[in-house]
Design a protein around this ligand. Structure first.
Ligand SMILES: Cc1ncc(COP(=O)(O)O)c(C=O)c1O
Length: 364
């Protein structure tokens, strides 16, 4: 079609993000029973939806005809109270992913550069390429962000540095002391984005990064309801930062970007500490079970501080395909240059057990 010649060149060259495969999709392709398939591929909540949000979601049907409140008033109040911030210091997105899009529209483009770690969340790279931004990929120390090298990679053209902590897909963390030292080196004209999608269920000491914004530094802390609160399907994320930054990011935001049901469920889930505690215990147990299995089998793995981990299985693509045939969906890590690795999300104990049995079978 002739019009294809007019597609923006940067967009045309993008390889789209490859999400974890939906259960129904795998069931259709392989003729499997969807009820027998487990998905440990998208770092979703192992315990499902936060119970405090379930009733709200069930009772929503009669309200669906209304547009949502574009300002997300009730949810905004709750977030402001929880973090002791002002109303104009938070922005909501259709998942934190949409806030990354706002960042791309606001601070990326020809003549600018973005600094990120080589094996960090791939969306930073996709958005940079899509907007013609020079994407500076900094090698990791092992599978952890090398903050010294990242600070050194900043150029006068750099508009954003992304710190993904804990990092998806490696599960590794940088400490508060490392971040403090890094922040001392970052020039004032660079926005530091702390992508903290796993903060609430972090299995290590989660650094306090909001302190930088409170001190007036140019930074944005991204959080999501998708992971810890089990609301991935309702798409609500948020960013906290100085009012001037939030105001700039609000410009590309479309009026009804978060749904009414998403806002209601998120507001109900936000204080569900009991659910978060149960989730953390579940992830710790999952990590222990799978790490022990790896040790027994002599498989290399990376210690993770989130609800997933990387395992070096040899040919991750083939192992993922073989596991899928065993009705266990995980993620191959080739898109991150880790051809020999897979990423598995921690599930309920019976799911983790099924994963290790399937992996044992596939590897023998
Ligand atoms: C590090 C990181 N950031 C952002 C996201 C986007 O999550 P959501 O758009 O569901 O909030 C993800 C999802 O996998 C992630 O792992």
């Amino acid at each position: 079609m002739k019009v294809l010649e007019k597609i923006n060149e940067n967009v045309g060259q993008i390889t789209p993000y490859q999400p974890g495969r939906p259960i129904e999709d795998v069931a259709r392709e392989l003729g499997l029973d969807p009820d027998g398939i487990i998905k440990l591929a998208s770092n979703e909540s192992a315990l499902g939806v936060a119970p405090s949000a379930v009733e709200v979601i069930k009772n929503f049907a009669e309200e669906a005809y209304r547009y949502p409140d574009g300002g997300a008033y009730a949810l905004r109040q709750k977030i402001c109270q929880k973090y002791n911030i002002a109303e104009d210091e938070v922005i909501f997105g259709s998942g934190s992913n949409e806030i990354l899009v706002f960042l791309a529209m606001t601070l990326m483009g020809e003549g600018k550069s973005v600094v990120a770690s080589e094996k960090a969340f791939v969306i930073y790279k996709i958005l940079s390429k899509m907007t013609g931004t020079n994407f500076i990929e900094v090698p990791m120390k092992g599978l952890t962000h090398d903050l010294d090298a990242m600070a050194a990679a900043i150029t006068p053209e750099t508009s954003i540095v992304f710190i993904c902590n804990p990092n998806n897909p490696t599960g590794t963390m940088v400490s508060e002391a490392e971040i403090d030292a890094f922040m001392d080196k970052v020039p004032e004209d660079v926005l530091v984005v702390f992508d903290e999608a796993y903060a609430e269920i972090c299995l290590g000491d989660m650094p306090d990064t909001m302190k930088f914004f409170r001190k007036g530094r140019a930074c944005l802390v991204l959080r999501t309801f998708s992971k810890a609160y089990g609301l991935a399907g309702l798409r609500v994320g948020y960013g906290i930062g100085p009012a001037a930054i939030v105001q700039a990011l609000e410009k590309p935001r479309q009026p009804f970007n978060t749904t009414l049901i998403g806002q209601l469920a998120a507001a109900a889930a936000l204080d569900d500490d009991a659910f978060i505690n149960d989730s953390v215990e579940t992830y710790k147990a999952g990590r222990e079970l799978i790490e022990n299995f790896c040790k027994q089998k002599g498989l290399t793995f990376e210690r993770s501080y989130a609800n997933f981990m990387l395992i070096k299985t040899g040919n991750g693509k083939d192992v993922t395909a073989a596991l899928t045939k065993e009705s266990v969906i995980v993620r191959p890590m080739a898109p991150y240059g880790l051809d020999e690795w897979i990423r598995v999300s921690f599930g309920k104990s019976e799911e983790n057990q099924r994963f290790i049995e399937a992996l044992e079978k596939v590897l023998s």
